[in-house]
Design a protein. Sequence first.
Length: 76
Amino acid sequence: MIAKAFVLIETAVGKTKEVVANLKQIKGVSSVDTVTGPYDIIAVIGAENLNDIGDIITGEIHALDGISRTVTCLAV
């Protein structure tokens, strides 16, 4: 079964377009949308298991310049 997560991302001022472009390059990120509201971007991630989801978030997404904060919602 493939694990899926929604990552709500808040970016630094003026960094949203750059973050979107970088997110689209990450393996496992299936979609990236700019949204309105308290978050700037919602990314959907798919991986073989929850450990892989965690690795993508902590190793790849959190390393991107311009991200201020994330909230991860795992699909059940």
